[in-house]
Unconditional design. Sequence first.
Length: 95
Amino acid sequence: MDEQSFKLQGDNQLCWDQLLDIQVEKKADIVAVSFENKNITYQELAHYSNRLANYLKKLDIILDMPIGIYMESSLYIPIAILGIFKAGGTCLLLP
């Protein structure tokens, strides 16, 4: 992608979750993440990360609480990272 692809019209103070929402509105069925011949779309990425965020919120995590991710590399890591951020936590990738 070139630099032009990353420029947005108007407010450049958008948060990453707002940027994801824009992508979902514009490109819901476009592949957002690929890993080992498996793909998820922007719509799926938003859906599953929102589900995780809602689950974490029910566990009463506090703002900036570190939440560890311990899993092999997979298509689910971006979902986990986004879900943790959406819930207000910080992500700690464990080896």
